[in-house]
Design a protein around this ligand. Structure first.
Ligand code: ATP
Ligand code: MG
Length: 423
């Protein structure tokens, strides 16, 4: 294959039968987010590199080795967004959206991380995310979790499990961090190379290690939940009460720490056991310090992001059925007069029946070849126009899936008859 048309590794085209699943996920998300009062924000794909360094954290994998960073033509270092919370906060500040206001926002679109591509992990992937600004209490954390649960319901996905933890305030987290470093330091021989590196720059992430050889030493590590400040502990208890009230099942997982530095207090993740190593479907939490850290006034915030590729994969493994986008009706036209009359007729049908999906055959050909195309299209009904139909100003209607007989009607009755057959 010529180099120029070789796709970039980890970046996919989405087409054919996959596309309706994407549409379904996006439309259900849009409806559910809208029903909770979240409004869409469309953000640029490029931001200043500094934004991500300052928010996600210099010591994180994302910033250290996964960002697509380059100099813009004026020399400014810019980065293709690896996630959108930082962009959302930037937008909220730069548009003055947080001046004495609270905001509920959502976004969707591609994110870019230079990771090792594998099933469920790509270099361009897509997220849908929700962010709430200005709410301090656990009620909004609960709302965001309810919202995500309703999304799974709307998509017909069950079997997702919710993992929960609290990271406390930056102060309580710092003192926990010291304890954790002391613990791991005294177990250095049990640490793998990755963890030794993290011990200095991001020790909490050691808890997140997927290396089975590390399981024991991690299991013995102190739990962050036992080192929370009183307010954070109360916040976490209240959130659990709210989830219990709503009947949402969860497990508290002491090792859930998340890969980005900006989280405070609540962190959570919806997981699946159906996608192999790529278990995380939706994750998020509270980031009370980020707005101020990026130059806004102190505003508490909470949000989540889901991975669209992983959700789509779960849907294909067994969500509610998705309309594959096949046409309802396929118009077969043989002969020049029929083609001319047919195109006019089908436009009138489209005016009369805007919800019906109508494909008209293009490119001519015999009845046989056009019927083949009609069948392949998945349409339920073929409309037939040949020389004799045109002369009689009539139309043949042939149900393609039910074995019913062909009918005939006048052009003026076409819309009515098509609607009757399809219903
Ligand atoms: P993981 O542990 O799988 O790397 P993460 O903690 O890096 O996920 P977040 O940054 O919290 O993920 O992003 C939220 C969601 O986005 C994840 O739960 C996942 O569904 C999805 N996601 C993250 N990275 C990728 C990727 N490279 N390809 C596809 N989906 C991804
Ligand atoms: Mg990751």
């Amino acid at each position: 294959m010529s180099e120029s048309i070789r796709p970039i590794r980890g970046m996919n085209d989405i087409y054919g039968e996959a596309a309706p699943y994407w549409e379904r996920v996006e439309s259900v998300a849009q409806a559910v987010l809208g029903s909770y009062g979240y409004t869409e924000i469309r953000l640029p794909l490029l931001e200043r590199t500094e934004l991500f360094k300052r928010s996600i954290g210099e010591g994180t994998d994302v910033v250290q080795k996964e960002m697509y960073t380059f100099d813009s033509r004026n020399g400014t270092s810019v980065t293709l967004r690896p996630e959108a919370t930082a962009s959302c906060v930037r937008a909220a500040i730069s548009n003055g959206l947080l001046h004495n206001q609270r905001q509920r926002m959502w976004y969707r679109g591609p994110m870019f991380r230079y990771e090792k591509p594998q099933k469920g992990r790509y270099r361009q992937f897509h997220q849908i995310g929700a962010e709430a600004f200005g709410f301090e209490g656990p009620d909004v954390d609960a709302e965001l979790i309810f919202l995500s649960a309703r999304l799974w319901q709307g998509l017909g996905l069950d079997g997702l499990s919710l993992q929960l933890n609290s990271l406390g305030t930056p102060e309580s987290r710092a003192s926990y961090r010291d304890r954790l470093v002391a613990y791991f330091d005294s177990h250095r021989d049990a640490l793998d190379e990755d963890s030794l590196r993290r011990l200095d720059i991001n020790p909490l992430r050691i808890l997140d290690s997927k290396n089975p050889a590390m399981a024991d030493v991690i299991a013995g590590a102190p739990h962050i939940a036992d080192h929370l400040d009183d307010d954070s502990a109360r916040h976490f208890d209240r959130l659990q009460e709210l989830l219990n009230d709503r009947g949402i099942g969860y497990s508290v997982r002491p090792t859930l720490v998340r890969g980005l530095d900006y989280y405070t207090r609540t962190v959570f993740e919806w997981e699946t056991d159906r996608l192999g190593a790529q278990a995380g479907v939706c994750s998020g939490g509270r980031y009370d310090g980020l707005v101020e850290q990026l130059g806004g006034k102190a505003v508490p915030a909470c949000g989540w992001a889901l991975g669209v590729e992983r959700v789509v994969e779960l849907m294909r493994l067994g969500g509610s059925p998705v309309d594959t986008g096949a046409p309802d009706v396929y118009l077969v036209m043989v002969g020049e007069a029929a083609q001319r009359a047919g195109l006019a007729l089908v436009e009138r049908l489209r005016d009369a029946l805007p919800d019906v999906r109508l494909t008209s055959h293009c490119g001519g050909g015999s009845f046989k070849s056009q019927f083949k195309a009609a069948d392949r299209s998945g349409a339920r009904l073929a409309l037939i126009l040949g020389e004799s139909e045109v002369e009689a100003r009539e139309l043949g209607l042939k149900p393609l899936r039910s074995g019913e007989d062909q009918q005939t009607c006048g052009w003026d009755q076409a819309a009515e008859r098509v609607a009757a057959i399809l219903n």
